[in-house]
Design a protein around this ligand. Structure first.
Ligand code: CP
Length: 333
């Protein structure tokens, strides 16, 4: 299979054309189908190395990349700032100019502060593809697996399908804006109508909102913002709800957590995905979440364990997308 993606960085899905993404999905679907048939692909990245630099923890992203490159015949190195000289101040340029001599690709997760700028700086100096494993603004490998999951469910026919991207009141800490921002940017490009729902304190970055609106306009799809999960769910085909922080409203973490918690006071269910909300969505609608979710806080167990939930297929598709990304950017596919 031929693709034109060799050597390409993946920092934001906006950097890839719709044609690039369709090529990638074709490879991912093929890997998925052939794995189910017991066909091996261990020649594709034979003796190649993918570096995984994690500034934060991960279950899905790390293990999908690591299992994925093993299945393709290569090897992954798990790196952290502490396990390298990054914690001692080694620069982006010095780090990548060394690693590019040892391996063929690198993924980076840095979800707070200046993660995206850090990746762009690495990419500026890198001769090997740089993959964003999540930054403060974007989570491209997740949102591409989400697109794969939705295409699979709706037989590739996304025109006019409604996706709700909703805030939920997730406890304990401030989650980044990367998931809602990635979803509202990508899905309109593939014909989906996007309804973003959040309370007033949880707005997203204005530049990314503008990109989402332009993407919708160019593709002839719709983009709207409402302040009620229930209103958003009416007639939805996909309900994708997760927590994020009031990052555009306050920089104070304690204040942020207090605002998040205030939307759950006195058993308030307005921002929880429950059966009542799924019942006002379309009968064939699906529930999605990138995981990890807070059970019975963001979503009821009845919904997440119920027949409309596709969360495990969605997480499973991370493997096929990661393999497709590495194969297409690091090999001569
Ligand atoms: N969805 C996701 O990125 O999961 P991890 O944080 O476990 O990698």
């Amino acid at each position: 299979m031929y693709t034109s993606l060799k050597g390409k960085h993946l920092l934001d899905t906006q950097d890839w054309s719709v044609q690039d993404i369709e090529q990638l999905l074709k490879v991912a679907f093929r890997f998925k189908e052939e794995r189910e048939l017991g066909i091996y692909h261990d020649e594709v990245l034979r003796a190649k190395t993918f570096f995984m630099l994690f500034f934060e923890e991960s279950t899905r992203t790390r293990n999908a990349f690591e299992a994925g490159i093993h299945q393709l015949g290569g090897h992954a190195h798990f790196l952290t700032p502490k396990a390298t000289q990054i914690d001692h101040g080694e620069t982006e340029k010095d780090t990548i100019k060394v690693l590019e001599r040892y391996g063929e690709g690198i993924g980076i997760r840095k979800t707070f502060g200046t993660g995206h700028a850090y990746m762009r700086e690495i990419a500026k100096w890198s001769r090997i593809p740089v993959i964003n494993m999540q930054c403060e603004d974007y989570h491209p490998t997740q949102v591409l697996a989400d697109l794969m999951t939705i295409k699979d469910r709706f037989q590739n026919n996304l025109k006019g399908k409604k996706i709700v991207v909703s805030w939920t009141s997730a406890p304990n800490y401030i989650r980044p804006l990367s998931m809602p921002q990635s979803l509202i940017q990508l899905m309109p490009r593939f014909g989906m109508d996007v309804t973003l729902a959040h309370p007033p304190e949880f707005s997203l970055k204005s530049g990314i909102m503008e990109t989402a609106r332009k993407n919708a306009e160019l593709a002839g799809s719709k983009f709207e913002v409402v302040e009620s999960m229930e209103e958003a769910c009416k007639g939805a085909d996909v309900v994708y709800a997760k927590g994020w922080g009031p990052i555009m409203h306050t920089e104070d973490e304690e204040d942020g957590v207090r605002i998040i918690d205030s939307y759950r006071e006195n058993g308030n269910m307005d921002w929880v995905v429950d059966k009542r909300k799924m019942d006002i969505a379309n009968p064939e609608s699906i529930y999605m979440h990138c995981m990890p979710y807070d059970r019975d806080i963001e979503v009821t167990s009845e919904v997440v364990d119920g027949p409309r939930s596709v969360v495990f297929d969605e997480a499973g598709n991370r493997l096929h997308i990661m393999k497709a990304i590495m194969a297409a950017t690091m090999a001569n596919l």
